[in-house]
Design a protein around this ligand. Structure first.
Ligand code: DAH
Length: 337
């Protein structure tokens, strides 16, 4: 048998056996046997040296042809088993890799939940500008120019005598200046203060202010409204504690504490073992505020309240650092779907 014939026989034998191979391993073994360094094809090529140059060319070319053909068959056979054994080839029966959808930021979720609760009590949503005038942020709210209460709120001033609103309360006096009672408004939004950033304070945060002005509005209406909100937001069995406080735009003013929803008032880390959590500021709108906005304080009265969104979000979700809301750590944010 000539060497060319021998190569042809070897090639067809190898093809047949590759076709019959029943595992990745046996394909590997056949590869070693036919194309390995000590394999059959190399053994034939070793005899090439003895041939005259003309024949050497022919046999060499045939051997190369066989090698290329077999390599390609080995590849195909390998792919066949990689599919079956769950390797790299696409398997449409496997479950897919899920894409994560984005979610509403936790602060917007909580703000939305607060709004939803008051919306159910008939409040309408209103928003004012972030860059505010001194008049609406302070003066219309009964903070005269040199009043020490201005120091309660460290202010960022911008060019042209304007400032970044330090609370959402100016939306109250904007609305009061433009409409006739009954007025029942909720003002959610961003607020800014020139404060040192810490676990409890940030330069940018969110508030929801609410107010009602009408004939015959009393403190009892304020209490009813806030009791309903706190119970719906934190839990039905809550107790509320009303502490006297001071805001220039309300008289009388109060701060509301709720009984700790975590320990039910027994004392725990969240409430610093007091059983109570500070939740919001509120009061009856000062007659001077109504008068400045052009409403007769003899005829109309009103209540108002202001809620810190980060504060209630931190309590509700037991978050101990306000900065977590704003440093865009996706692993933190993903917890709140
Ligand atoms: N604006 C107040 C603050 O930022 C919060 C506040 C207190 C708002 C009492 C009100 C209110 O509307 O009646 O500290």
């Amino acid at each position: 048998m000539s060497l060319v014939e021998e190569i042809t026989r070897l090639e067809s034998e190898a093809l047949e056996r590759i076709g019959q191979a029943d595992s990745l391993e046996s394909v590997g073994e056949l590869h070693v046997q036919y194309l390995g360094r000590k394999g059959s094809l190399v053994a034939i090529l070793r005899q090439l040296g003895k041939l005259p140059p003309e024949e050497k060319k022919i046999v060499g070319a045939r051997a190369n042809q066989a090698r290329v053909r077999l390599e390609s068959e080995f590849k195909t056979a390998q792919a066949r088993f990689e599919t079956d054994e769950g390797g790299s080839v696409f398997d449409p029966t496997l479950p897919g890799t899920a894409q994560r959808a984005g979610t509403v930021h936790i602060i917007n979720q909580v703000m939305g939940e607060i709004c939803q609760t008051f919306y159910g009590m008939g409040f309408q949503i209103s928003q004012g500008p972030h860059v505010e005038t001194d008049y609406f942020n302070f003066e219309s709210l009964n903070f005269p120019p040199d009043h020490p209460a201005r120091d309660m709120q460290d202010t960022f001033f911008v060019e042209g005598g304007r400032l970044l609103r330090t609370h959402t309360t100016p939306v109250q006096t904007r609305e009061l200046a433009n409409s006739k009672p009954p007025i029942k408004i909720l003002a959610p939004g961003k607020t800014f203060r020139n404060e040192a950033i810490s676990t409890r304070a940030h330069v940018s945060f969110h508030q929801v202010d609410g107010f009602l002005v009408d004939e015959g509005v009393t403190m009892a209406d304020l209490k009813g409204c806030l009791v309903a909100f706190c119970r719906s937001f934190f839990g039905e069995e809550l107790k509320l504690k009303w502490r006297p406080s001071y805001f220039p735009f309300t008289e009388p003013s109060a701060e509301v504490d709720i009984s700790c929803f975590l320990c039910k008032g027994k004392g725990c880390q969240l409430c610093k073992y007091s059983g109570w959590l500070e939740i919001l500021g509120c009061g009856m709108i000062d007659p001077a505020v109504l008068e400045m906005a052009g409403h007769d304080p003899e005829k109309y009265t009103g209540y108002a309240f202001g809620i810190g969104v980060e504060r209630v979000a931190m309590l509700k979700y037991k978050i101990n650092d306000i900065r977590l809301f704003f440093n865009n750590n996706v692993r933190f944010l993903r917890q709140f779907f």
